[in-house]
Design a protein around this ligand. Sequence first.
Ligand code: GBE
Length: 510
Amino acid sequence: MWAFCFILLTSYATLSECKAAAGKRHDVRHFPDGFLFGTSTAAYQIEGAWDEDGKSENIWDHLTHEDPCATKDCSNGDIADDSYHQYKRDVEMLRELGLDFYRFSLSWSRLLPTSFPDKINEAGVAYYNNLINEMLKYNIEPMVTLYHWDLPQKLQDLGGWANPNIVDWFGDYARIAFELFGDRVKYWITMNEPREVCYQGYGFVSMAPRLNIQGVAEYMCAKNLLVAHARAYHIYDEEFRALYGGTIGITLSTSWYEPESEREVEAAEDTTQFEWGQYAHPIFSESGDFPPVMKEKIAAKSTAQGFYRSRLPEFTPEEIEYVRGSSDFFGLNHYTSYLVYRNESVYTANEIPSYYDDMESMVYQPNHWDGSASEWLKKTSWGFYNLLMKIKNDYNNPIIYITENGFSTTSGLDDDDRILYYREYLDAMLDAIEGGAHVEAYTAWSLMDNFEWLAGYTARFGLYEVDFGSPERTRTPRKSAFVYKEIVRSRSLDWHYESDSTSMTIDEGH
Ligand code: GBE
């Protein structure tokens, strides 16, 4: 049926026609045995305590303090959800939801205030030990991200991900994290969404450090970040895996890129290769390296623009081997889709280097797609199905963990739009699983409202609402929390389930 949907769309049918074709909502569908459910957060978005107990400054502290209204509501993460002090309540919420695992990230500058291994901040270690031990008491597995966008500012001063020395710096940090927590943490994620780190932060202005060095810095970042990821992978693989038996991989941000018309199939594929193939191809393809289309297009443009070499750095043959296969699973963050069309001169006839000019295509979302509180996020679950099938087909059916998926609203506990989003996306995921995709885990973003980067606190992704005006940052379950809890409990998707409860209880065994 989803394949049917895809055909309809590519032959110019409207999305609503496509949706009308999706008629499965009356069946109760079951998730496969052993399928895992969790929720996700990230350190800077929830912890607060930005300078407490020896933590040093990271790039988000720096950005939000230097330029307080860089964020939509002139807010920052100084306190955020105050999880540094409220972690017991966080774990209580995981128990209320009956989850199998919780994905959170470590703050590099909290653990290593100098950025380097010469000084380990014991208070930071204690915080993560407390959190992990509290979870394990209730059989909730930690899934730990090493890097979710909060680089120590000192390393940024040294060039951050544009400096190849970061391979050593990140490797050292990763080894310390494995040493400290590897006895209890069995799921490791090296990096969250390299595309957003590099494109938004180095090639553009929508994430710290907002360098805006287009067509150059994002590619330098990409290469170093991939090698740094591989360094952490190999350290775990060689020094810790036999001891602890865990699993380690990378999480990529992936949208679905749909050709605007039949003529745009190539443009959509090129866009896919630039947007996340850039990171997936070096790791998950058989040949490794950046996607051929990126190498060709960027080299040709660079020459035409007067550069002496391609703006896309080359991997050495050793680096290609080092990065290839360096992920035990495909960590997948997915939210939305775009339409694509070819546009060969995005900026002034190719004179100014830029990422979209290199890609020679444009992406957009039609107005009639169902929106959220984030302008980039439209509900398009057919794209999720297509994406999962593409990953299965292009990369030899890897194990996939959905490490983020979710929907934003403004405030309020009545979040029917979020419930609909989760149901449609889980339905599409089940279709992909039936189609042979190897999806083993699903993670809702997010456990609770939190600091949504440059959107501040204006877009809410939480299953739990957070009252940012209260000293304890009081957390209250939304309607969607009760629905997600029932999905996890019953291990099935039942469109008829409705809950009118307002208070959560903890079920036996949690
Ligand atoms: C994830 O990012 C993050 O991991 C998480 O920290 C965050 O809170 C959550 O999602 C919700 O946003 O011009 O095409 O680049 C795209 C999601 C806008 C990643 C796309 C918004 C990627 C964030 C505009 N981005 N998306 S453009």
